[in-house]
Design a binder for this molecule. Structure first.
Ligand code: AGP
Length: 598
């Protein structure tokens, strides 16, 4: 969703706000703006489009002599992408930036008869509401009174005329206070803090932070003391480091991520106790959105294949559906939440629903300071480091890797595999970094050149390859805007084959040895309709040399990580296609890295 920032310190506030907004831009890039405080006055500059547009516009303004300000980069929810709807909003003596969605803003607007509204946003209504309670000296009280009336989610950074302090408050949306050397940064996430400090405090719901020359945190009007945490993220990790795009950097980082995951979760060639034993449960509900849901399907695939029996089973759910459907819960149920950001609204709501039901909750999460990491009973850190590109790659990789480890531990506990078999698989996990290097260093440009002009591209496979196709198709859609679908290859002739005509690209994944001949038959069916065939196969599966127009072979490894090699090929292919289509790969249109609204 949106990214909000606040700065108070010794540096030029305008410059700090702009650089921080640059780090937050992956949260939303429809419009942006800043407000700086100087000589008791608040000056606002905002514009439609990227931070670059704002930088340009700021050249025409003299905002330099200020050490305090707030800023915003927007992902439009309420109101079109216009300058009026851009933040900051100022009503009366109050200026604010907002991340989140206020569900009852229309009712509140009705009530605020004496106010005129310039924008279509819920945020401006919040601004007016705070001003309506403000008497010129009761900053904290006016914020408390106003936020008590709000329904929905919000993180706010607020400035009052004549007061050189910034106020921050949040509910169901992340807000972090960065503590630097004589400077403070209020931010939607950690990445924006890193150039200034790695010391931070995570604000909880309804806590108000007041930032002056020092800061205070209030809860119910009383000052509370909170632990300062240290982020282990480095600034380098949050920079492109010479890569053209964060996506390409993060694809390459999967080699290191696989090493980190191995050293974290494997001890003496054995899955260690950090990976919980799921065998005490009778049902596992995996829940996630988008790619996180796709990763959870890998767990479901292996548990269905090896562990499900009359007494034990699992399911994968899209969080937005799980949230509003009926479920039977008892102590034999474990809910596993999969989320890179740890802030995705639907997944977080499901976590809270399951906690209310009193069942165990486990989150596979990347951002350790996130709400889901802090509210889950158990967590499994993904160790992927900051993921800046909106389309996840190393995040999905890590989620899928951990899902496989969960299943392997369960299979070992259930004596479905013995020690020798497990050791053989651990050996393959150890070799994964070199397999990844082989796959990543291949050249996919020629294939990309042959398909990037197509507006429809389809993925087919069987067994676990179907789930890799889900993720591959999502990746291509997200960054290239090409219409893409994936089908169980056996389903083609029951309808989807009608979509194929001369030159329609069909990408077939072949890593399930037991059914590869069936997939090959389905490929011939597609080929006979004129489709352009791209095969991605593991080296132990052979095909006729004339079967496909392009053929990619990946190293053979354990089935528990084979899908990771298959998906990395698809990630890079999508990347090369999007590059040829001159798409904004790291910030695709209409998307945001962390979807904190329902
Ligand atoms: C994936 O590339 C997308 N960014 C999106 O589908 C994402 O996976 C989904 O929004 C879930 O995000 P999360 O993992 O942070 O919860």
């Amino acid at each position: 969703m949106c990214g909000i920032i606040g700065y108070k310190g010794k540096k030029n506030a305008k410059d700090v706000l702009i650089s921080c907004l640059g780090m937050l831009e992956y949260r939303g890039y429809d419009s942006s703006g800043i407000a700086v405080f100087r000589n008791d006055k608040v000056r606002i500059v905002k514009t439609v489009g990227r931070i670059e547009n704002l930088k340009e516009k700021l050249l025409r303004y003299d905002l330099d002599e200020s050490n305090m300000g707030i800023g915003h980069t927007r992902w439009a929810t309420h109101g079109k992408v216009t300058e009026e709807n851009a933040h900051p909003h100022k009503v009366g003596r109050v200026t604010l930036v907002h991340n989140g969605v206020i569900e009852n803003y229309k009712e509140i607007q009705e009530k605020l008869k004496n106010y005129e509204f310039k924008s279509e946003t819920d945020s401006e209504v919040v601004c007016a509401l705070i001003d309506s309670y403000y008497n010129g000296n009761n900053e904290l009280e006016s914020i408390e009174k106003a936020t008590k009336e709000l329904k929905g989610s919000y993180a706010l950074a607020i400035i009052f005329d004549g007061k050189d302090k910034i106020y921050g408050i949040k509910k169901d949306t992340p807000l972090i206070l960065g503590i630097g050397n004589k400077e403070f940064i209020l931010s939607s996430d950690i990445c924006a803090l890193l150039p200034y400090t790695n010391e931070y405090i995570v604000l909880e719901d309804d806590e108000i932070v007041e930032i002056g020359d020092k800061f205070n945190i209030y809860y119910d009007g009383i000052i509370i003391y909170k632990k300062i945490e240290i982020s282990d993220y480095s600034l380098e990790e949050a920079m492109k480091n010479g890569y053209d795009h964060f996506m390409l950097k993060e694809i390459n980082e999967q080699i290191d991520v696989s090493k980190k995951l191995y050293s974290k979760y494997i001890t003496n060639d054995f899955i260690n106790e950090l990976i919980p034993d799921l065998s005490k449960y009778k049902r596992i509900d995996f829940v996630g959105c988008g790619s996180a849901y796709n990763a959870s399907l890998i767990a479901k695939y292996f548990i269905d294949k090896y562990c499900t029996n009359g007494e034990f089973y699992c399911n994968s759910y899209e969080a937005s559906e799980y949230r509003y459907s009926n479920h039977y819960f008892d102590k034999n149920v474990l809910a596993v939440f999969v989320s890179q950001s740890g802030e995705t609204a639907d997944t977080l709501a499901c976590l809270r629903m399951c906690k209310e039901e009193g069942i165990d909750t486990l989150s596979i999460v990347n951002v350790i300071s996130s709400t889901m990491a802090r509210e889950s009973k158990y967590i499994l850190p993904m160790l992927a480091g900051p993921e800046i590109c909106v389309a996840t790659t190393k995040g999905y990789f890590s989620q899928s890797y951990i899902c496989s480890l969960l299943c392997l531990k369960l299979m070992y506990r259930r004596r479905i595999i013995d020690k020798d078999e497990l050791l053989r698989i651990m050996e393959e996990l150890k070799k994964l970094p070199q397999y990844l290097e082989t796959v990543i260093n291949k050249d996919y440009k020629e294939i990309a050149k042959s398909i990037y002009k197509n507006e429809d591209i389809y993925y087919i496979g069987r067994g676990i390859d179907i789930y890799s196709c889900y993720e591959a198709s999502l990746k291509l859609k997200e960054i290239s805007y090409i219409h893409s679908e994936c089908f169980a290859s056996g389903e083609l002739k029951h309808g989807p084959i009608a979509l194929l005509s001369k030159g329609t690209p069909v990408i077939a994944l072949l890593s399930e040895f037991s059914v590869h001949e069936k997939v090959i038959n389905n490929i011939y069916e597609a080929k006979s309709r004129g489709a352009k065939i791209i095969t991605i196969r593991k080296e132990s599966i052979n095909i006729d040399k004339n079967l496909s127009d392009y053929d990619v072979v990946v190293p053979l490894t354990s089935e528990f990580v084979q899908n990771l090699l298959m998906i990395v090929v698809c990630q890079i292919l999508s990347y090369e296609v999007a590059k040829l289509r001159k798409c904004d790969i790291d910030k695709p249109r209409n998307l945001s890295k962390s979807v904190t609204v329902e």
